[in-house]
Design a protein around this ligand. Sequence first.
Ligand code: SAM
Length: 489
Amino acid sequence: MNHRYSLYKDRNVSDEFIKLKHRGKIYTPDYLVEIILDRAGYTGAGILKKHVMENSCGDGQFVIHIVDRYCKEYLRQSDDKDGLRADLEHYIHAIDIDEDELATCLMRCNIVVAAYGIDGVKWDFVHGNTVEISEFDGKMDYVVGNPPYVRIHNLDEKTFATKEHLFCRTGMTDSYILFYEIGIKMLNRAGTLAYITPSSFYTSLAGSEMRKFLTENNLLVSVCDLKHFQAFKSTTYTTIVCLKKGNNRKSIEYAEFDARTLSPVEISSLNTKDYVVDGKFYFADKDSLASLRAVIECDAKHDFAVKNGYATLADDVFVHDFGFDSKYIIPAVKASCARWTKILYPYNQQGELYSEKELFGDSNVRQYLLSQKERLLRRDGEKGNERWYAFGRSQAIKDTYRDKLAINALIRTVKDVKIVEAGRGTGVYSGLYIVSDTIPMSTFKRILASEDFCKYVALLGKYKSGGYYAYSSKDVAKFINYKLLEKEA
Ligand SMILES: C[S@@+](CC[C@H](N)C(=O)[O-])C[C@H]1O[C@@H](n2cnc3c(N)ncnc32)[C@H](O)[C@@H]1O
């Protein structure tokens, strides 16, 4: 049941108490709140008599800034404090499911208004589950915030009844995507929403319904991507998104966050034909997006394959300094760092698993594997590959006796691209490899050890910590196919 707060009795809250409440909580830093409110247009005299909602307000990081802005603007126009109190009660709304957080929010708001000589505000702060609250639908001029990020399959159904929600039809989703849907529903016909959330919805399957909805309804107004910048303690790659109902502009403003000045830098005005590629969102300057589109939309297929290396699901067992030689031990390259090592490889040249009897003919191998049997049995291998000494997955096994080019799957700059030739009878793990019967390996090396490849990978936007970008075997294949076609043309 939702509980509405009335005036908090004890307004004499100590700073110590407020600090204590902050500990261990993810809240939005002040500079980001200010930027988000500015990007939402929650500024100047236009905010007066406008309804604003923070629907997962936590301890009130947004709400205190909203209240402060409202008081300043109001008092610029009038010194009627009773009128201001009535406005604060009528136009500023907040919800949180956590009663303690909401109580802190309320105390902090009381402290803010006290500085303007106001007390006794009966705040419209609701203790409840935003997902179940519909009384604000269609009424808000502004919805702002930093909604919760929780994978929805981790949450109980009662808190997040997702099935009826349009944005969550793909099944597994993230609570922030649901909060976009709820926030949009709360807007009136000209309302504006501004959130900071993970940027994963740009390209994820979970974000597909939302992307479609935003594009079809022309809701997107601006994006400020924080890229690798970590505003919160957790490793989450975030973006500030601004949506508007009744938006009639054809283009959106794309900005990137400057980590030195802690402020957005405008990059480009973009149309959907710039930033929507294959139903996904990518943001950069127009020229970069055009080159990314050319690669993604290229459907050329040349005679090569990019694949994932071995997945033993127990590298600590299979990759080892064994201290003995055996026909079952072969050289292998760790693609992530281009380092050669040895791997216990219990397969024949056709990629078939040796029987226990054959393998155990080598007494060193027998002794070693039996000493690791318990550990190997704990793996969760793929179906049909259940022999305890097999690799966890069968991928890459068929290519051991082919010439390969190993490549890492995580880079920052061209200096980080690691390419190693791995000949017949050697393996690749912890990364990708390329095989081809007709194209020389030197061609792949030239294509991948290039600034163009690094730029492409950065545009895909799969951020990893330390300023790195990840890419998949499919991403690499797309790029090579495009470059081979370009060469043919
Ligand atoms: C990431 S915190 C952000 C807090 C605040 N918006 C800020 O930026 O500082 C998310 C907040 O969502 C609240 N929350 C989570 N699930 C909720 C739900 N179903 N309804 C309302 N609030 C919820 C949590 O209690 C938490 O305070």
